[in-house]
Design a protein. Structure first.
Length: 285
């Protein structure tokens, strides 16, 4: 059985749309667990409580994306966990395909479907193991999904990530030090280290609108957490040289912002520079 785990921070209407798309294409053999990460949107709790056919968990605080997913996974009873963003929508049956894929690839621990925009264009949903060069490749937007056939990859996106529950439990789930961003890359790295393969499966496609929980651009807090997670990832899984290159890049990137007329930019720059020169865990909120 597949256990779908969806984390919501505001935008309860997106969650309802995602749930309805799952239920429209599948009839039994799955469960849906929705974790509300202390939404501030008026009416979000009532709207989420009324979701049909779902187990709903309300977090008293927003403790981050990874921790919320771990909480949902604790309630799951399926052999396959399918972490699915609430801004995704199924446009066809995918659960039998995912179960069949795992059955056909016994060494595979994680499968990532192809993510597409609402207009059908591909999104970046997979990539290589973290190195400074692979980071630059992502910034250039190259190779959003390599090929039309399934392949072994370094990581797949947490917006739609299916994992054997035995593999998830073996590595202890998501690392909760990552508040948001790169927790999927870190999870895949640890699953690979545990002896499993990470596969991208472009024959399985899911629509992803993207950015549903961050309207109006990224806040200073989110920008800071993005860089914190980047530094944590490289410290854990990249070479010493790549880790040093990332820190040098961040110093060059954010030193000029220390004199920005924007207080928000100055605050982000100070935080990032402090982390780049020291420990990204040092000034935890």
């Amino acid at each position: 059985m597949i256990s779908v785990v969806t984390v919501q921070y505001n935008h309860a209407s997106l969650t309802r749309s995602a749930v309805e798309s799952i239920q429209a294409w599948h009839n039994g053999g799955f469960e849906i667990i929705v974790v509300d990460n202390c939404s501030t949107e008026p009416g979000a709790r009532d709207a989420t409580s009324s979701l049909p056919g779902c187990t709903v968990i309300f977090n008293p605080v927003n403790a981050g994306f990874g921790r919320a997913n771990n909480l949902g996974a604790l309630q799951a009873t399926g052999e396959i966990l399918f972490f699915l963003n609430n801004d995704t929508r199924l446009t066809g049956s995918v659960f039998p395909e995912l179960e069949g894929y795992f059955a056909a690839h016994p060494r595979c621990g994680v499968v990532g479907p192809r993510l597409v925009n609402p207009d059908g264009s591909p999104q970046r949903s997979t990539g290589k193991a973290p190195t400074f060069l692979s980071l630059l490749g992502m910034k250039r937007g190259s190779d959003p999904f390599s090929g039309r056939r399934s392949s072994e990859r370094g990581w797949v996106s947490g917006a739609a990530l299916a994992i054997r529950k035995e593999a998830f439990d073996a590595v202890g789930g998501f690392d909760e030090r990552y508040f948001m961003y790169y927790e999927d890359v870190d999870l895949c790295a640890r699953v690979r280290r545990a002896g499993y393969e990470i596969h991208a499966a472009p024959e399985i496609s899911i629509e992803h609108s993207g950015g549903g929980s961050q309207p109006g651009g990224l806040s200073p807090f989110v920008r800071t957490e993005y860089r914190r997670s980047q530094l944590l990832l490289f410290r854990a899984h990249a070479s010493a040289a790549d880790n040093a290159l990332l820190r040098l890049y961040l110093l060059a990137r954010f030193l000029p912002e220390r004199i920005s007329p924007s207080a928000g930019k100055r605050n982000v720059a100070s935080a990032v520079l402090s982390m780049a020169l020291g420990n990204p865990d040092a000034d935890r909120h």
